[in-house]
Design a protein around this ligand. Structure first.
Ligand SMILES: [Zn+2]
Ligand SMILES: [Zn+2]
Length: 141
């Protein structure tokens, strides 16, 4: 799988995805993406190779340590290292299609925007994956 930012300055190859896609509906992911939820999957530290533009990546770190990484030319979110350094978070929308990936679940559903209508049957979590998933009856919001 290969992916790139909007302008193409940052490009990378994913050797192996470690997880399916997780959709996060928290307010940070909403603001950093501009949409209802981000779509990210993970790869091991050695499961991603930069093709170009690693030096074009800028980061923004919040007071609580949460950070975003983005192309300094076009602003696309780009892969970022997990704080413990052991894995990459990769925005799924950067990938060339078809990627073959599927959505595994929705997290921080209780933080979603009032206009956010979650589609599909993937399991949902009120907050992070640490807690049990919500009732998957999609008629209950
Ligand atoms: Zn770019
Ligand atoms: Zn989030």
């Amino acid at each position: 799988m290969q992916g790139r930012c909007l302008c193409g300055a940052v490009s990378f190859r994913v050797l192996e995805a470690k997880t399916p896609i997780g959709m996060c509906h928290c307010s940070k992911c909403r603001r950093v993406s501009g949409v209802a939820s981000n779509a990210e999957f993970m790869a091991a530290r050695d499961g991603l190779e930069w093709i170009s533009g690693e030096d074009a990546i800028a980061t923004y770190v919040m007071k609580d340590g949460w950070h975003s990484a983005f192309c300094s030319t076009c602003g696309s979110p780009v892969p970022k290292l997990h704080p413990d350094g052991g894995a990459w978070w990769i925005p799924a929308g950067l990938l060339d299609e078809p990627s073959g990936l599927e959505v595994a679940g929705h997290i921080y559903v209780d933080s979603r925007a009032s206009w956010d209508e979650i589609a599909g049957t993937a399991p949902r979590w009120r907050a992070g994956f640490e807690d049990p998933p919500m009732d998957t009856d999609t008629t209950k919001r």
